[in-house]
Design a protein around this ligand. Structure first.
Ligand SMILES: C[S@@+](CC[C@H](N)C(=O)[O-])C[C@H]1O[C@@H](n2cnc3c(N)ncnc32)[C@H](O)[C@@H]1O
Length: 428
């Protein structure tokens, strides 16, 4: 993608072509879902577009079809916005999910922010969320093409009045001074991939925060100037990165851990050091678990024998070190001090913070015994889950060779003490 292409895609001809191609793609996927196996065909899409606009520049047609492909890929992450904006592979890879960006923007608004400096705005998905929450945004992006796309995107979303996109390096002192001049809040989502190093066709992840762009020490300096600052970070960050008085938040969406964020004190609910936000499409609002103490100061939860239920905490709680929260909620215990399975006899459902399974049988793991138990129960289909054991769930499921039967079960494999155990369960 180059600036000329952004301009061409944003021109009236480009927009018309993109709209027609997006509508055609939606129709093709609807026909495919209704059982037409030939409906989704790139060649047919090109022919259709050529027929619609015989004089369209072939290069523009190719770019439009790339956008259509990216829009389709973006839909689970960005929802309805995907069909309005322009994307790149790399920009989409790094874009914040709409639901998560909106929750963050609402936190900024609730903390009294009115004007956010978004330093490294990418395609502008967080900037757009801040604007949807009614905040003004100065969005800085050093890559000129990405900045042009962000400018296009905020306009396409009807938010151009609230968002100003500035092209430049946010770490340059003069540009930073200008970006922060009117801002009473800052947000940084550093690039954590190295575009010049590729593996399997994707840019390589950068794990060292000092090598993120902008780098973490610089983010901390911004926070020293603008106390209402938060930054999106990799979910695997060490808990010690959380600044004094600040809070680290891990967020999952429908069971998938999608991001972590570090907030400085003015964006932190009083006394909260660690938090998980679990978004589930089955629930009207996100479930939140939090703790006022650092993970190192956490009192270890009790450990004991398996009860009627096993609960598997959501990954956002596991990363936040909030398994003890689930233990406390269900008056439970851990199966093993180092394994994130909670067990209890109390009939308390804390979903979506944890998924609950009813335990029918517990045994030291032995494939033949497990198979005999499942066959006796009329189980023909199993989902195998595991924690802290080298057993491979796919191999176990295959080696069980269950005969055809209508029953189903969940088999949980976990190391307890030194040995693997198997728990035959049904989902709640
Ligand atoms: C992770 S992406 C931001 C994604 C964005 N939050 C979204 O949801 O669309 C980080 C962006 O920061 C930009 N960037 C990296 N270093 C920068 C710097 N020093 N100044 C300005 N932008 C920078 C990169 O080009 C990249 O587009």
């Amino acid at each position: 993608m180059d600036l000329e292409t952004v301009a061409a895609l944003g021109s009236p001809a480009g927009r018309a072509l993109l709209e027609a191609a997006t509508a055609y793609d939606d129709g093709a996927h609807a026909r495919a879902a209704a059982g037409d196996p030939t409906a989704v065909d790139p060649l047919k899409a090109v022919t259709h577009l050529r027929r619609q606009q015989p004089y369209a520049d072939p290069r523009l047609v190719a770019e439009v079809l790339t956008q259509v492909r990216l829009r389709r890929r973006a839909r689970p992450r960005l929802g309805g916005l995907a069909r309005l904006i322009l994307l790149t592979d790399d920009g989409l890879e790094q874009a914040t999910r709409t639901v998560v960006a909106d929750l963050r923007a609402q936190r900024y608004a609730a903390a009294g922010a009115t004007h956010v400096a978004d330093l490294g705005c990418g395609l502008g998905l967080d900037a757009a969320a801040f604007a949807r929450a009614g905040l003004r945004v100065t969005a800085v992006e050093r890559d000129p093409v990405t900045a042009a796309l962000a400018t296009h995107n905020v306009a396409a979303l009807g938010l151009a009045d609230l968002v100003t996109v500035v092209t430049g390096d946010a770490t340059e002192a003069a540009l930073l001074d200008a970006a922060l001049r009117d801002a009473d809040a800052a947000y940084v989502d550093p690039a954590r991939r190295n575009p010049s190093a590729q593996r399997d066709g994707r840019s390589v992840r950068v794990t060292n925060p000092e090598l993120w762009s902008p780098p973490w020490p610089w983010v901390s300096q911004v926070a020293a100037r603008i106390p209402r600052t938060a930054a999106k970070v990799a979910p695997g960050i060490p808990h010690e990165m959380t600044p004094p008085g600040g809070c680290a938040t891990w967020t999952s969406v429908d069971g998938q851990l999608v991001e972590a964020e570090i907030a400085w004190p003015e964006l932190t609910p009083p006394g909260t050091r660690r938090r998980s936000i679990v978004v589930s499409s089955a629930a009207a609002r996100p479930a939140v678990a939090e703790s006022a103490v650092d993970l190192v100061d956490e009192t270890p939860p009790p450990v004991g024998p398996v009860g009627r239920w096993i609960l598997e905490p959501d990954d956002a709680l596991i990363r936040a070190g909030l398994v003890a929260h689930v233990v406390a909620q269900v008056d439970g215990r851990l199966l093993d001090p180092h394994v994130a399975y909670v067990t209890t006899d109390a009939d308390i459902d804390v979903s979506p913070l944890a998924t609950r399974f009813e335990v029918h049988h517990a045994m030291p793991y032995d494939l033949a015994h497990l198979r005999a138990d499942l066959v006796a129960r009329g189980v023909g289909h199993v989902v195998v889950k595991k924690r802290a054991t080298s057993l491979d769930p796919d191999v176990v499921r295959r080696d069980l060779k269950l005969p055809r039967a209508s029953g189903s079960a969940v088999v949980i494999l976990a190391r307890v003490g030194d040995d693997p155990w198997a728990y035959v369960c049904t989902p709640d």
